[in-house]
Design a protein around this ligand. Structure first.
Ligand SMILES: C[S@@+](CC[C@H](N)C(=O)[O-])C[C@H]1O[C@@H](n2cnc3c(N)ncnc32)[C@H](O)[C@@H]1O
Length: 253
């Protein structure tokens, strides 16, 4: 059994995570605010059920709970070490360990949701997998639900991103975590979970995401925020093309 984690250290690592992610995601905080404001506007109220796919140590999920304290927020991730940080820091969170590369992941995702988001996560998947993933994410949405996808989406009009230090900030964060004896067993578990899994470094422009999401049954695609090539898009399922119940496996909302 993993040793209990020191909440103060967990708090520091999660703070350092945010600092590190800001290096890769200019406008990260503003992007999230834009996404949550759009979700409120679409629903006309605060969403009840939220799923953060690839939510890592739960820092985004915690910010969501800060804005919507009564929401049921779930973090889904493949990484047991990051999920342990989320669980230790925010007891109100629900966490699910699952691999979005595996075809069965939506059956353990506990849908449906009002809001599904994936921030800096889809670039881990191959292009073909992202195509399928959009259709899967759609099946997790309640009628009227919203999908937010934030990632690098370069195109000719996007200004060049500021230098972000390459892999160095990411590596430094993981090295620091690796020095903590209480993380040893979780990091061993992580090594097993992640063996054979490499980040695909997939990037595609806004138009590709829009067209792919449309093929997956999303009628509306909007760019909510853009800073350098970091983009947040919102997708809403086409009401004229509901997901057949047998295929989605979802109970009526
Ligand atoms: C760059 S981090 C972003 C984390 C978080 N969304 C944030 O913005 O702080 C990418 C996340 O995707 C998760 N991830 C990568 N591949 C995954 C997979 N196949 N299934 C589930 N999660 C995955 C990683 O474990 C990591 O937490």
């Amino acid at each position: 059994m993993a040793a209990a984690l020191d909440p103060d250290r967990v708090s520091r690592w999660r703070g350092d995570w945010e600092t590190m992610m800001h290096r890769y995601q200019p406008g990260r905080a503003e992007q999230l605010i834009a996404g949550l404001a759009a979700a409120e506007q679409v629903h006309g109220r605060t969403p009840d059920r939220v799923l953060d796919i690839g939510g890592g140590p739960g820092t985004t999920a915690e910010a969501i709970l800060g804005r919507w304290p009564d929401a049921h927020v779930t973090v889904l991730d493949i990484d047991p070490a990051l999920l342990a940080l989320a669980d230790t820091a925010v007891t109100q969170l629900h966490t699910i360990r699952a691999d979005i590369n595996s075809p069965g992941w939506i059956s353990c995702a506990d849908g449906p949701y009002d809001l599904v988001l994936a921030l800096m996560t889809v670039h881990y998947l191959s292009q073909d997998r992202v195509r399928t993933w959009y259709a899967e994410a759609r099946q997790l949405l309640r009628p009227g639900g919203v999908l937010l996808v934030g990632d690098v989406m370069p195109d000719a009009t996007a200004p060049t991103r500021p230098s972000n230090g390459g892999d160095a900030p990411w590596t430094a964060w993981w090295t620091s975590l690796g020095r903590e004896p209480a993380m040893a067993s979780l990091l061993s578990e992580r090594a097993v979970a992640m063996s054979g899994i490499a980040c695909a470094e997939f990037v595609a422009p806004v138009d590709w995401h829009r067209a792919t999401a449309r093929q997956a049954g999303f009628g509306e695609a909007t760019v909510l925020h853009r800073q350098a090539d970091q983009t947040l898009m919102a997708f809403r399922p086409s009401p004229a093309d509901p997901v057949p119940r047998q295929r989605s496996g979802l109970a009526p909302a």
